[in-house]
Design a protein around this ligand. Structure first.
Ligand code: SAH
Length: 506
């Protein structure tokens, strides 16, 4: 089968091409090195073999010949091989050598271009590489020439071109590069900028002049831009509200993506620490199955789902929407969204997304049940004879506010455990990373419990953010100070609250 030389882009996972992503999703083998984005590896099937050919501490580095042979050998085995390369595979990346080796061995290969850091890093620093009338060319050069090649780049010619100069791999030899360009006639006052770790959450842009580059605070990897445009600062990336902030996301892995992507849109670096995993309830779902059986027979007036997980489990237990022969209540929009994905529209979503608010909004039972009897909104056409019945599908361990309140109002309540949350073990590297993060977000009490259990109160990041009052109260019970409590108890509301708190602190 084919070996694909795929450009991974400069670091922001969103800059992988659509074609690159779809090849990655079907790869048997992914060959990567340090510059390719490790986050992208998650896009490959879990079963795919991942081979790191980058420099690793304590191990001899893989030579280019070894990499070429590996690609040839895997290609011959008939595997679909994705060779991920940082930026573009044919820009200072030895992709040409790999393609040549594959061609010589008769192994089919394809090239998927990537967004090169030469273009992306300046864009993320707000520096346009060309500008009408003033900067009409850009030249991309390597600052790290192959000593065996003989004959140095004609820096004088590059200087005389008068356009924008983009230097990759230039940090180590910046003194010599500056000397050559000045010798070539470029003024030391020419604007210059170095974009370090461009497009990543830790991007840093150093703005200086050509003459200032040798003493500037540079680090690798950097894309260095020299020319009039380097004085431009059309920044949009480093000025986002959560830029430079590392936020821990504690949701179960399967559910973290919306929170992660919203935080990233605000500029945050995110650290996924899946403190909990969602599993079958202890009875394997038997109670839920028999409750659904009763639901199908019209036994219940209302079905109440109190979390997206509960909604997912309920949907999983149904044959289709016709099984829900009752009215349906969801605790909040996240739960309602999951139901909507199964074509179920809740009849009731309370104003505030907590159990107390759901109780307030809940109608009285039919047939005059309840201590105050009758009245209130209509109870809904359940079986005659009063004493309406409610099915509550929720986590194995949960607060009893809702069932207790419903019973007090005269409802007969069946509570079934639709799922349970179990602790997900965390590795030591993850724990270290948590200790240096700025913010931790909690979307449920169970994540607070498991996270504090796994990490220890002392290592919880300094800013604690909770989706709502119940989660916040749980955090306080663990001795944490809650700095951010979302006004709207949704993922969106949580991210907005974190962004405004962190912006105010800057
Ligand atoms: N094929 C890659 C370049 C590989 S050479 C591409 O097209 O981008 C490695 C050099 O690329 C680094 O020394 C640095 O100059 C540049 N580079 C790679 N990633 C970068 C990043 N995130 N920010 C700035 N420069 C980067």
């Amino acid at each position: 089968m084919t070996v694909y030389l795929v450009g991974a882009g400069p670091g922001d996972p969103g800059l992988l091409t659509v074609r690159g992503a779809s090849l990655l999703a079907e790869a048997d083998v992914v060959v990567y090195d340090r510059l390719s984005v490790v986050a992208l590896l998650d896009a490959a099937p879990a079963s795919a073999e991942r081979i790191n050919v980058g420099k690793q501490p304590g191990r001899p580095s893989t030579t280019q010949d070894d990499i070429n042979s590996l690609l040839v050998e895997r290609g011959r085995r008939g595997q679909s091989v994705v060779r991920l390369k940082g930026g573009d595979p044919f820009v200072f990346a030895r992709g040409g050598e790999e393609a040549r080796a594959l061609a010589a061995a008769g192994v089919p290969y394809e090239v998927v271009p990537g967004i090169t850091s030469a273009v992306a890093a300046p864009a993320y620093a707000g520096i346009p590489l060309t500008l009408r009338h003033s900067s009409t060319s850009f030249t991309v050069v390597t600052g790290h020439e192959d000593p065996d090649k003989g004959g140095e780049l004609d820096w004088g010619a590059v200087a005389r071109l008068g356009g924008t100069i983009v230097v990759l791999m230039g940090v180590g030899r910046i003194d010599r590069i500056v000397d050559r360009l000045v010798a070539g006639g470029l003024s030391p006052d020419t604007p210059a900028a170095a974009v370090i770790w461009g497009t990543r959450p830790n991007q840093r842009t150093v703005r200086t002049t050509l003459g200032g580059l040798p003493t500037a605070d540079l680090a690798s990897p950097a894309t260095i831009v020299i020319g009039r445009v380097a004085a431009m600062d059309l920044d949009w990336f480093e000025s986002r509200p959560l830029f430079g902030t590392t936020v821990v996301v504690t949701r179960a892995r399967a559910q973290a993506s919306e929170l992660v992507s919203r935080l990233r849109l605000e500029g945050a670096d995110t650290l996924e620490v899946p403190a909990i995993r969602i599993e079958d309830p202890p009875d394997g779902g038997a109670a839920l199955a028999s409750a659904v059986e009763r639901l199908r027979e019209g036994h219940y007036d209302w079905t109440v789902v109190t979390s997206p997980n509960g909604a997912r489990r309920l949907l999983g237990a149904l044959r289709d929407g016709r099984d829900v022969r009752s009215r349906l209540a969801a605790i909040g929009p996240g739960t309602a969204d999951v139901l909507a994905a199964g074509n179920l529209v809740p009849d009731l979503v309370p104003e505030r997304f907590v159990a107390e608010s759901l109780l307030e909004a809940f109608p009285r039972p039919p047939g005059g049940g309840g201590p105050e009897g009758g009245g209130g909104p209509e109870g809904g056409g359940g079986p005659a004879g009063g004493g309406g019945k409610v099915l509550v599908a929720r986590a194995e361990v949960a607060r009893d506010v809702l069932p207790d309140g419903l019973r007090a109002a005269g409802w007969e309540v069946d509570v079934v455990a639709a799922y349970r949350t179990v602790a997900e073990p965390l590795d030591p590297a993850m724990l270290d990373a948590v200790a240096t993060a700025d913010v931790v977000t909690f979307t449920s009490s169970s994540t607070v419990d498991r996270f504090v259990e796994a990490v220890g109160v002392d290592r919880v990041p300094p800013v604690v953010a909770a989706i709502g009052p119940v989660t916040a109260a749980t955090a306080r019970r663990h001795g944490l100070t809650v700095d951010v409590e979302a006004e709207e108890h949704t993922i969106e509301g949580l991210v907005a609250a974190v962004a405004s708190t962190m912006a105010a602190r800057r």
